[in-house]
Design a protein around this ligand. Structure first.
Ligand code: ADP
Ligand code: MG
Length: 606
């Protein structure tokens, strides 16, 4: 155990139980007006929660969530009021709102999948712009289609029944809405706390890192996009049966923006922040809509200006939004991962036989415009060998690593891994074949614990997907993955920092965390880009000892390093690069005496 816990910190379980009790007792003591308000807060919370996953965690901004709310609402309205003419054989779908919910979720999921396939490829600001485009299109479709009631909308939506009880009154819908919110929050929380969730969180650490660890980032983006749409759809379904009437106006772009406000103001990376944000914005809107026009003396949506100012103010003070401010007032004890020592170890790959050529570059050339960063580079790495790739800054070593690991594709030449031509393969597929790597510029998730960062490396050694994770059916596998990650952290000597945020470690130690993450993948080829940079003498010795041990186990290690004392005492062979070309290849002592190498390093002074 490290890091003293504050005695005063509140346990999250106690907080959750208190919150649920407070919610459940609401109808007993709250006036009806507040129940209605809480119903709207609950509906918005569901949508904002999807945005926490999508925007706060995954880094994808969507202004179009209101359109998905609309799809949920309109599907159930169309089915349950019989507005849409269905063929005889499908009439049973109109019999219960619950069937309409299932249809709505399927339909919204399909629409989101298509929209996601079209827009998630967009980068930078084009993605939010894309969401605005389809958000507006869907909104106008509601108003234009005569069969959906046009601008007038559809009335006469029936009430929902649960176990034969008709939920006709606001406080009855209150129970249903908040049951949805709680289930949504808990399943989202569970999802984030899993293999699949780490892959989603890794999106923020950069696509390159996540892919190199075996994560299919396009799939992860799609998963959160569809999940956020489904949560919005469920909110729309609840809304339709609460109002018993729908028209297009609540599903426009202005609501899409408001949902995003809620997520960001609440604390975009926190599931419970969605509730805080939804509560805050809904109450504030109610209040400002009464107050501001009276102050200004004219009618108008002045609250939007206040929201904007609020957003900027909160973002300046806390990246975690209002939730961040709240949790500073009431410190909540961090949930600490338990690592079970008796989890069954994960299966391991057999190492290739000692001396077998495992990784080969054949005349690899990489051009960046006019610059030739790698010029017909060839090298061979054998099992049970440590090979150093050295050369002055800008020689093309990191570029070489990218060609070898599938992070980048050579302009010409081939890369072979364990007898397979892997040129042009995705880095996650190269990872699957047993190659793992670290990055010269550390790519960790600074706020995630060392343990969880390392567990990202074990991504390909687990299989459980989104649904098992959301319902905690993945716990056996998860404890095996975490135990493996913890084992690697111990192995590289960072045991005492297991539960610390990776960003709190010294930069040199963060490089070591990257080595543990690479090892968690159970590779047979390890590529380390400047692993000893920033380490102190004793730490370097410990690293050298670890690398020798790995070599003894049959691992093939390729490393870039500037510290010649470290390199020369450790490695079996050295390849020297200068201006993208190989200028020497041999035993350390041969290379050290090579005039071309001295020339490259000392500029001919020798
Ligand atoms: P090293 O790791 O040996 O210091 P790099 O492989 O990082 O060298 O860089 C080799 C050369 O290629 C440098 O001149 C660098 O500016 C250039 N380079 C690397 N990556 C890119 C890129 N993505 N686009 C353009 N130039 C690049
Ligand atoms: Mg480099």
């Amino acid at each position: 155990m490290s890091g003293g816990e504050k005695k005063s910190a509140v346990s999250p379980t106690v907080l959750l139980v208190a919150f649920v009790l407070l919610l459940a007792s609401g109808p007993l003591w709250l006036p009806p007006f507040y129940i209605t308000l809480l119903n709207y807060i609950g509906l918005s919370s569901l949508v904002a929660m999807g945005l926490v996953l999508l925007t706060g965690v995954g880094g994808l901004t969507s202004f179009g969530q209101a359109a998905f709310v609309g799809l949920g609402a309109y599907t159930t309205a169309a089915l349950s009021t019989g507005t849409v003419a269905l063929p005889e054989g499908l009439l049973w779908l109109t019999h219960s709102p619950w069937l309409a919910l299932a249809v709505g979720l399927l339909f919204t999921g399909a629409v989101a999948w298509v929209l996601g396939a079209l827009t998630l490829k967009l980068s930078g600001h084009y993605l939010p712009l894309g969401t605005i485009a389809w958000g507006i299109s869907i909104y106008f479709m509601f108003g234009t289609l005569e069969s959906l009631g046009g601008q007038t909308g559809m009335a006469g939506i029936p009430v929902v029944s649960v176990f034969g009880i008709e939920l006709a009154r606001a406080e009855q819908m209150y129970a249903l809405i908040w049951a949805f919110v709680l289930v949504g929050a808990l399943t989202t929380q569970n999802l984030l706390d899993s293999r699949e969730g780490r892959a989603i969180r890794a999106l923020k650490g950069g696509v390159v890192m996540a892919e190199a660890m075996g994560v299919n980032t396009a799939r992860s983006r799609m998963v959160i996009f569809v999940l956020a749409a489904l949560q919005a759809c469920a909110a729309g379904w609840l809304y339709a049966h609460l109002q018993r009437f729908v028209n297009p106006s609540p599903f426009g772009l202005h609501m899409g923006i408001e949902y995003l406000f809620m997520a960001v103001v609440g604390g975009a990376s926190q599931v419970w922040g969605a509730l805080v944000g939804a509560g805050l914005i809904t109450v504030l809107k109610q209040w400002l809509q009464d107050l501001l026009p009276a102050l200004v003396g004219r009618a108008g949506n002045y609250e939007v200006i206040v929201f904007g100012a609020l957003l900027i103010l909160i973002l300046q003070h806390s990246n975690d939004g209002f939730w961040g401010l709240l949790s500073r007032l009431v410190p909540v004890r961090a949930r600490r991962k338990t690592v079970s020592v008796d989890a069954e170890p994960l299966p391991r790959q057999a190492m290739p036989p000692q001396g077998e050529p495992v990784l080969e570059a054949r005349e690899v050339t990489r051009r960046f415009g006019g610059l030739v960063a790698n010029d017909a580079m060839s090298l061979t790495l054998h099992a049970g060998e440590i090979l150093a790739l050295i050369g002055p800054n800008g020689a093309g070593k990191s570029t070489m690593f990218n060609q070898l690991s599938g992070v980048d594709t050579p302009t010409a030449g081939e890369v072979w891994l364990r007898g397979r031509n892997v040129t042009g393969m995705e880095s996650r597929d190269v990872a699957r074949l047993g190659l793992s790597r670290t990055f010269q510029h550390v790519r960790l998730l600074p706020r995630m614990s060392v343990l969880e960062n390392v567990a990202i490396g074990a991504h390909l050694r687990g299989h459980r997907g989104v649904f098992p994770a959301a319902w905690r059916l993945d716990r056996t596998e998860e404890s095996r993955l975490l135990a493996e990650a913890a084992r690697q952290v111990e192995r590289v000597g960072l045991g005492p920092w297991l539960h610390e945020p990776a960003g709190s470690l010294a930069l040199g130690q963060q490089r070591i965390v990257e080595i543990a993450r690479a090892l968690a993948a159970d590779p047979c080829v390890l590529l380390l880009d400047e692993p000893a940079a920033g380490l102190r003498h004793l730490e370097k010795e410990a690293l050298a000892a670890l690398l020798r041990k790995l070599r003894g186990e049959g691992m093939a290690v390729l490393l870039v390093e500037h510290d010649m004392d470290f390199v020369m005492g450790l490695v079996d062979r050295v390849v020297v690069m200068d201006f993208g070309r190989k200028i020497a290849d041999g035993l350390p002592e041969q290379v050290q005496a090579n005039p071309a190498v001295l020339e490259a390093y000392l500029g001919g002074v020798a």
